[in-house]
Structures are given as C-alpha cells and as structure tokens.
Design a protein around this ligand. Structure first.
Ligand code: ADP
Ligand code: MG
Length: 251
C-alpha cells in the first residue's frame, strides 16, 4: 500500500550500527538520517567499507540497528519481533543481490513466481503480467537460468523481487557480477521498473556509471552521510568521488 500521507517508502532516523566491542569495535553506521521517497530510484555510493551494505541490511530489516530507528512505510521495525520482521521482509520488501540466486532447476517464470508460491498467495494477475512484459524474455521465460545470459538472469531476479508488489526494492551491487553491457541491460531494466511501475528502488553500488541511472545519489563516508546529488550523471558522480578521495588523503 502506498503511504500518501508521507510519500516516503522507507526512512532511517539517527541510525547507528556498531559491530563487535573493545579492540574490534567498528562503528559501521553513525547517526544516519535518510528517507527514500516513493517512486524514486536512489543509489548509495561510497568506498569499500564505508557502510553501504550495513545501511541496506538495516534499512531492509535483515539486521537490527544498534540505535536509532528504521521504518518501512509507517511501520517502525524496532517494534517488530523476529517473526513479524520476517513477514514484513517477505511481504513488503524486494531484494536483489550481486549473485542472482536463481534456482537452477526452475524456469525463469517459475523463479519469478516462486516467492508467491512460498507465501501461498495467488499472484495479482495484472501486476504479474506487467512485470513479465517488462522483463521482456518472451519465449525464454520457459528456459532455465543456465540457458540465459547473465543480464537476463539478473533481470529475472529483479522481476522476482517485484512480484509481491513490495513497498521498496533493495539491490546490493546488482551489476557486480556482470560485464558492462549486461550491467547496462539490468540498470536500464531497473530504471524502467521505476518509470513504468512507480517502484521505489534503492541500489548500493561503487560504480559511477550504475549510479548515473538513479534519480538521486547518496554518498556515504565512514558510516556517515557525506553528500547527496540529484539527477546524477556518471561524470558528475566520478568527479564527486575524486573530491572525496582527495579530501580523505589530505585531511
Ligand atoms: P560496504 O558495503 O560499504 O563495503 P559494509 O557495510 O560491508 O561496507 O561494512 C562497513 C564496516 O563494518 C566495515 O568496516 C566492515 O568491516 C564492518 N563490518 C561489516 N559487517 C560486519 C560484521 N558482520 N562484523 C564486524 N564488522 C563488520
Ligand atoms: Mg558492501
């Protein structure tokens, strides 16, 4: 369900995440406030180890915050027990990972509808048809993953993430395993899902070209929000990354 009262699909307030303790204590996220607006494609960028995956995992309810809060729509994740959190992830959140994680013995179409089958729910036929027409595999929908290219497999994984009509889709380095042509194919598909379906998408990447497909880029540095850019292009993102590098080295 959309939340017209807020227009925000997900948000964090003062989100911190600390791993370990004593000598091995790592502050992975430090007081992060961020909102992901409905129908917006946001890219999260920053150097390796800056907290991108941790932010995604906490925002998506895969991991608990050390302090601060996360909400999906109007639901505060901190108020949910583990079973409720699992249900929320299943019903309201879509995930795409670097590894496609498709089941090799199932066809593309079966992979796409698997989450619904597991949840014992009947698909919203119109939505399913729309998603399937967007994925654009035609007769290859009956093929197994091994018979599809990397880009096609990741498109199937994106379609699978969309099939439950999630409030938000989180993608962690979705083009990390793809060459640039296949990567572009998947990014174009994500872009289309945002445009055609009004889907809210948050994508973690360290690739300026990938970030250039988003509506907005958020830059993380050492677990903090460092900057933000709207209507990014790969060139502008690259320039900004270089500035961070210089600042980090000199100060
Ligand atoms: P990124 O995705 O930007 O590369 P991560 O979110 O994976 O960064 O990691 C942020 C910081 O937290 C890093 O210093 C990393 O070593 C640390 N970290 C991540 N996960 C764990 C964990 N499970 N236990 C301990 N430290 C972790
Ligand atoms: Mg990561």
């Amino acid at each position: 369900m959309p939340h017209p009262a807020t227009g925000v699909a997900a948000a964090t307030t003062g989100l911190s995440k600390v791993y370990g303790g004593g000598d091995t204590r790592v502050v992975a996220l430090d007081q992060v406030d961020i909102a992901f607006r409905e129908g917006e494609f946001t890219s999260i960028m920053g150097p390796s180890g800056c907290g991108k995956s941790t932010l995604m995992h906490c925002a998506a309810g895969l991991d608990r915050a050390s302090s601060g809060s996360v909400r999906i729509g109007t639901t505060d994740l901190g108020t949910l027990n583990d079973r409720q959190l699992t249900e929320l992830r299943r019903d309201r959140i879509g995930f795409v990972f670097q590894a496609f994680n498709l089941l090799p013995t199932l066809t593309a179409l079966e992979n796409i509808t698997l989450p619904l089958a597991i949840a014992g729910r009947r698909p919203d036929r119109q939505w399913l048809d729309h998603v399937i027409s967007l994925v654009g595999l035609g007769r290859r929908l009956g093929h197994r993953p091994a018979e599809l290219s990397g880009g096609q497999q990741q498109r199937v994984a994106v379609a699978r993430a969309l099939v439950s009509r999630p409030a938000i889709v989180f993608a962690d380095e979705p083009t990390g395993n793809l060459d640039s042509r296949a990567g572009t194919e998947v990014l174009g598909f994500l872009r289309e899902c945002v445009r055609e379906l009004g889907q809210t998408v948050v994508m973690v990447t360290h690739d300026p070209v990938a970030a250039g497909f988003a509506d907005r880029v958020v830059f993380l540095s050492d677990g903090r929000l460092a900057d933000e850019m709207t209507r990014p292009t790969a060139d502008r993102v690259l320039e900004r990354m270089k500035e961070f590098d210089t600042r980090t080295r000199t100060g």
